[in-house]
Design a protein around this ligand. Structure first.
Ligand code: ADP
Ligand code: MG
Length: 255
């Protein structure tokens, strides 16, 4: 039986649920990859609410690197967890790759995050009982077992971050810089559009921090991804293409 156009439209949510549910924005091809508009975040506290982020807006294209600096407690990690879709804003609009992730359901959001966003934290968050290679493969285990091609890709990444000789080491057998490189390889496994790093060199000495920074920038250029780094380090911030400062929840571009 031929499918009437009408029926096709009615059934289209099954094929393109995001379109039917209005999750995808009216993407005209000229919108930046990452758009944050007036993001506000507040937390309920005794006797009122604590406003941590105040109308933060920014737009970033693929292939750009951005530093976010600011004093402790100014809202940097809060902003990063919104951009990383880990926590919704109290108000404001966020779009990545033409999708408004906070309009997705829980499962779809988790899948979107896994597919498009990589994270590197100050503390590596590697699994202590697993080897470097296994740790890099962890993001795929959520989808089931890793295949031969996945393992090869993970091996390539481990080599790319300079850990070819440390493939089967456990985190405790690595230096701080090596652990962060392993965490970076793990973040890169699914070729994210957006790589978010929260104080990635905070626990490293200056030389190791500089090497980690250059490696992040190399990967950012090779994969034309967006790199956003929260940092206290003026050296690291100076290496990024653009800089923003947060002060008391207000985000502003700096030179
Ligand atoms: P930064 O990363 O710049 O040091 P954060 O974004 O972690 O700062 O935190 C900014 C402010 O928000 C801090 O005062 C912190 O105590 C507060 N804050 C963060 N998360 C929560 C939460 N879940 N509940 C209440 N307050 C929070
Ligand atoms: Mg922080």
């Amino acid at each position: 039986m031929p499918v009437a156009p009408d029926g096709l439209i009615k059934g289209s949510w099954k094929l393109f649920p995001g379109v039917a549910l209005g999750v995808f924005s009216r993407h005209n091809g000229t919108m930046p990859t990452l758009v944050a508009e007036s993001l506000t975040k507040s937390f309920p506290v005794a006797g009122g609410e604590l406003v941590v982020l105040r109308e933060a807006s920014l737009a970033v294209e693929r292939g750009e690197s951005v530093a976010i600096i600011g004093p402790s407690g100014s809202g940097k990690s809060t902003l990063l967890s919104i951009l990383g879709t880990l926590d919704p804003p109290t108000s404001g609009r966020y779009e990545l790759n033409g999708v408004e992730p906070f309009k997705l359901g829980e499962k779809e959001l988790a899948a979107f995050r896994a597919r498009h966003i990589g994270f590197v934290f100050q503390d590596h968050h590697l699994l202590p009982q697993c080897s470097v290679l296994e740790n890099v493969l962890v993001p795929l285990l959520a989808d089931g077992a890793a295949g031969r091609a996945d393992v090869e890709r993970a091996e390539q990444l481990v080599k790319r971050v300079g850990l070819a000789e440390r493939m089967n080491h456990r985190p405790a057998q690595l230096s701080g810089g090596e652990r962060q490189r392993a965490a970076l390889a793990r973040a890169m496994l699914r070729e994210p559009t957006l790589l978010l790093a929260d104080e990635p060199t905070g626990n490293l000495d200056r030389t190791t921090a500089a090497a980690m920074t250059e490696l992040m920038l190399e990967l950012q250029r090779e994969h034309e991804l967006i790199l956003m780094v929260v940092t206290h380090s003026a050296d690291l911030a100076a290496r990024m293409g653009r800089r923003y400062e947060i002060d008391d929840g207000r985000l502003a571009a700096v030179n």
